[in-house]
Structure formats: structure tokens, C-alpha cells
Write a protein of this length. Structure first.
Length: 108
């Protein structure tokens, strides 16, 4: 699970009624965080390992998603976990960019 955005944590910390509802904080944070919808190859262009970790971590909720019964709207986070061809495509393009930029830290 990905950590909530700091702004969301601070907002809900000031509202005492939400202290026992961590799922609300997580849901609001994911709703507001558009960075988790970037593709891995786009995130690699920004050279941010933290961003890559955030994107992958936010897609964990779809790890055991049954694609035979699609539920909800399309998201890149769901697609990267459920479609092996798209996942391989993103890996390939990410690695091509990383090698071209000679960024060995991101390659690990």
C-alpha cells in the first residue's frame, strides 16, 4: 500500500473524527494523486525511483484482480497488474530509456 499524500494526512489529522478511518485517508489520497496513473516509461523519463515505487505500490490492490469480471473504470494501475503484455511493454521501454541515459541506479 502506498503512503497517503502529506497534504491529505495533515488535513485529516486536524479533523478528529477521521482518526479511526484510515481507509478514508487512503481513498482521498489516491483520488487526488494523479502521479500514480503515469506509465512506468513516463516515470523513468523523470528519473525518480520514488515515483516508480509509488506507482507500483499503488497498483498492488489489483495484484489479484480477476480480469474475467472487469469492475470499475480503466486505470493504468489496474492494467499494469492484469495485462502481462502491457507490463512487458512498459518494462522494455523503461529499460531502453534507462540504458540510453546510463542510469544504473534505476536499472536495479
Amino acid at each position: 500500500m502506498v503512503a497517503p499524500l502529506l497534504a491529505v494526512e495533515l488535513l485529516f489529522r486536524s479533523k478528529g473524527g477521521f482518526s479511526n478511518l484510515p481507509h478514508v485517508i487512503s481513498s482521498v489520497s489516491l483520488f487526488l494523486d494523479s502521479s500514480v496513473e503515469l506509465s512506468h516509461s513516463e516515470a523513468c523519463k523523470l528519473a525518480s525511483i520514488k515515483l516508480l515505487d509509488r506507482i507500483w505500490g499503488s497498483s498492488a490492490v489489483f495484484a489479484n484482480f480477476d480480469t474475467r469480471f472487469p469492475v470499475g473504470p480503466f486505470t493504468i494501475r489496474k492494467f499494469i497488474r492484469t495485462d502481462k503484455h502491457y507490463r512487458q511493454h512498459q518494462f522494455t521501454f523503461s529499460m531502453l530509456f534507462i540504458v540510453k541515459k546510463n542510469n544504473l541506479e534505476m536499472a536495479r
